[in-house]
Design a protein around this ligand. Structure first.
Ligand code: PLP
Length: 452
């Protein structure tokens, strides 16, 4: 029982519309339609305030990797809150959970990433990286190296700086963005732009856009390139084979730092611990969030490679950056236990060897549907891109309306699938069963039949 006295779904919806400003939402539309209020969850299932069960094909926001309702995580949080509910890493203090989490992240991530700056969200992790990278180059005597290159439709978060770094032009239109010194290259979306080019040739061409950008900006001005191993919120864009090797080569050639945003791809999502393992990327820096705690606590990390760390530590002086809850002990303890569940239950291997291939094989059955242009994915990240006319390779206009209709059909039929433009995206908890995948794919298939 809540103080407001709200009990029915109608009560909750009215209160929500009256007071709650939602992220990434059109409030006028939301007030008319009303929110679906989620009250509890277990495994891969949510329950709404009407008591209806909903299959969560998105693991919340691509984050609840170990599934809902894990008593180990609850007990860990309670234990840590009893022992030490809060302390911080400012002013020469530390706490065992923060120290232990950093040690564990160094052990799990690719070699050379030996230092960790703990924060609370993926946005903060990427924001932290921006400051570190520019500070690094200034200390190296190249202060003009400030530009960070990212990709169109890359998503790195919502603060002023990371929204500028993100390649979402619609976001740039709000709040006077982008800030200076960010540049964007096209994403490696072969199906969209070059379906007839062989993947290897397209990989070369798409990575070449980075080299063109570096040369046009001037190599002496480029600080770093950032990318998600697989672009998530930009439309589930799986890079063609060879793309990342070529990006790595170009970064090395021009001494541009390579940053992997692993906020979605990390912690087993691609069938390896990190997308960087899947694509053999050796990043100078890496950002982690979401699956780090399976969303049970807000916690994130900026992983810093030896080269950058050495300069920042030896010559950087005081790094004037951090948040009250950076390295929050309860969040860190929960993250550690979450990692331990992933390890104990072999969930990363399960994604690679069993359930990821099963999801893809089931989605492949939709390929012949007249609306389906492409099925793509890796591990438990999957996208089904809808197209207006397969024969002429024409897309819907306006972009996204058909995808949104299909998503709404799925939701009405009690499955969460996301629409990014006209790509139907799925990223379920790593514990999803085959029978639950069948329900998800059948619901999507039914929704496709109903979508016009
Ligand atoms: N980076 C990527 C790849 C993301 O997908 C997101 C969020 O969806 C972020 C960064 C931002 O993370 P947060 O929402 O925790 O700030």
């Amino acid at each position: 029982c809540w103080e407001s006295g709200a009990q029915s779904s109608a009560d909750w919806r009215a209160l929500d519309a009256a007071h709650n400003l939602h992220p990434f939402s059109d409030h006028k539309a939301l007030a008319t339609e009303g929110s679906r209020v989620i009250t509890r969850a277990e495994g891969v299932w949510l329950w709404d305030s009407d008591g209806t069960r909903v299959l969560d094909g998105m693991a919340g926001l691509w984050c609840v990797n170990v599934g809902y309702g894990r008593p180990e995580l609850v007990q860990t949080a309670a234990r840590q809150m009893t022992e030490l509910p809060y302390y911080n890493l400012f002013f020469k203090t530390a706490t065992p959970p923060a120290i232990e989490l950093s040690r564990k992240l160094v052990e799990l991530t690719p070699p050379g990433l030996n230092h960790v700056f703990l924060v609370n969200s993926g946005s903060e992790a990427n924001d932290t990286i921006i400051r570190m990278v520019r500070h690094f180059w200034a200390l190296e005597g190249q202060p003009e190296r400030r530009v960070i290159i990212a990709r169109d439709n890359g998503y790195h978060g919502s603060t002023l700086a990371v929204a500028s770094m993100s390649g979402m032009t619609a976001m740039h239109k709000q709040g006077g963005l982008p800030l200076p010194d960010f540049a964007h290259i096209r994403e490696p979306h072969r199906f969209k732009v070059a379906p007839n080019t062989p993947p290897e040739a397209f990989a070369h061409e798409a990575a070449g856009w980075l080299e063109e950008a570096i040369l046009s900006i001037g190599p002496g001005r480029v600080a770093a390139f950032i990318g998600e191993p697989i672009q998530g919120a930009g439309g589930l864009i799986v890079p063609p084979p060879g793309y990342w090797a070529e990006i790595q080569r170009i970064c090395t050639k021009y001494d541009v730092l390579l940053i992997a945003d692993e906020v979605i791809c990390g912690f087993g999502r691609t069938g390896q611990w990190f997308g960087s393992d899947t694509y053999r990327i050796r990043p100078d820096m890496m950002t982690l969030a979401k699956g780090l705690s399976s969303g049970y606590m807000p916690v994130a990390a900026a992983m810093v490679g030896d080269r950058v760390a050495a300069t920042l530590i030896d010559r950087g002086g005081e790094f004037l950056h951090g948040f009250t809850s950076s390295g929050h002990p309860t969040a860190c303890a929960v993250a550690l236990e979450n990692i331990s569940i992933l390890e104990r239950e072999g969930l990363v291997d399960r994604v690679r060897e069993d359930i990821g291939p099963y999801l893809m094989s089931r989605l492949e059955t939709l390929r012949d549907h007249p609306l389906v242009g492409e099925v793509r994915g890796q591990g438990l990240l999957a996208g089904v891109e809808l197209i207006r006319d397969k024969a002429h390779h024409t897309f819907f206009s306006p972009v996204g309306r058909v995808g949104a209709r299909c998503r709404d059909h799925c939701f009405r039929n009690n499955a969460v699938v996301r629409a990014v433009y006209d790509t139907m995206v799925m990223a379920p908890p790593l514990v999803i069963g085959r029978d639950e995948i069948d329900i998800l794919v059948d619901t999507l298939s039914h929704a496709l039949d109903q979508t016009h």
